[in-house]
Design a protein around this ligand. Structure first.
Ligand code: FES
Length: 137
């Protein structure tokens, strides 16, 4: 059986799974930054692991659209585990990516659907077949 999710959305789109990391690459309760192509656009993602579960968000702060890390893959965390944007200090809880303090309080990081399949962390992305006629994954 093929890993990941693949189903037809319309004649020119399909939803497919892209392996973005191995579960073992993400420290438990920790973060990992990865690059992935989402809807044909190269994006930086923040992966957060809690045991066997992984959540993911775009590495884009809702305040001013900056990356949250101070250097690629280097994130600030508060003593109580909040993710802190390196640009202006907005603080995000890592359950739903909600901003709980700072200039974008009440906003949230944009979640990316991921699932753990065996040892792989798979992002579910929509791919336009018309922009990739080869259909290659
Ligand atoms: S861009 Fe993140 S707090 Fe301003």
């Amino acid at each position: 059986m093929e890993e990941g999710v693949r189903s037809s959305l319309s004649s020119d789109e399909e939803r497919s799974g892209v392996v973005v990391a191995r579960l073992s690459e993400i420290p438990d309760e920790g973060l990992l930054e990865v690059e992935a192509t989402i809807d044909g656009v190269a994006e930086s993602l923040i992966l957060h692991r809690v045991g066997a579960e992984v959540r993911a968000w775009l590495n884009v702060c809702p305040h001013a659209g900056r990356r949250l890390d101070w250097a690629p893959g280097k994130f600030l965390r508060s003593k109580d585990g909040l993710l802190i944007c390196a640009a202006h200090g907005a603080s995000f809880e890592l359950g739903r990516g909600q901003c709980v303090a700072g200039p974008c309080r009440g906003d949230a990081l944009r979640m990316v659907a991921v699932e753990v399949v065996g040892e792989d962390v798979v992002a579910n992305v929509t791919r336009s077949l018309s922009s990739d006629p080869s259909g290659a994954p």
